[in-house]
Design a protein around this ligand. Sequence first.
Ligand code: APR
Length: 256
Amino acid sequence: MAAGEKLEQAALRLRASQRPVFLTGAGVSAESGVPTFRDAATGLWSKYEPTELATPQAFQRDPDLVWRFYQYRRQIAAPAKPNPGHYALAELEALKPDLWIITQNVDDLHEQSGSQHVIRLHGRLRDSRCSQNCKGDPTLIDLDKFRLNSPDTAPRCPYCSARIRPDVVWFNEMLPLPVLEAAWSAISKADLVIIVGTSGMVHPAADMPMDARDRGVPVIEINPQPSALTPVADLWIDQPSGVALPELAHRVTALA
Ligand code: APR
């Protein structure tokens, strides 16, 4: 099926849906210059070992190394701006008030582009918290307010002196329960799931489209490469999201 036909089919399904859910991964931010994790050669995990840098055990072992890695990720993500794919999703949400985005990304580019209905499964890169959550879960710490902005060593919580960490979910960690409940609630109500820019390698995010498919909900994937979730999709649009999403939004508004 030609790309145009696939987009037309996807637009018709999206136009007819009342409660579409988009599951996004690092690919949706790739065209904003934020590196993905598993793309060959350019992905973060092709250069760095996640078990050394993105697990609670790594932080326990060497908090300063993990802190420096996340300061580096913050530096590369800071100048990133939303790309046309992000803006297309915000445009679609304006058309479809019950549209939800479940994102694995921690770069908050969906929010910056105007999307309101965003469920962040893995936290937010620019937030920091006490590693012991000494004042409740999460105990967010404003590094600027406490003048704790330190590039090289993991600062200490001003309340309990435990190390401060990025407020992101690491491997071997549970997702915050309220976030998980919100995501599963959105997926359970979805009448269309569109997967954008994820390799589908990480759970529970990857389980969500499968759950929808098992209930007979149509699943569409936008990804220039096949992923672990391509077999789950009824329709695979093998284009970059910065091209496919604006085209999709254009076709849906044209049908309006
Ligand atoms: N448009 C759409 N998809 C793209 C684009 C693009 N322009 N560029 C790359 N991709 C696709 C790749 O083909 C790949 O399938 O984005 C996907 C990125 O996959 P990963 O790098 O594995 O990122 P992601 O799936 O979001 O990782 C999930 O793993 O390391 C953890 O917590 C981290 O949230 C992350 C999770």
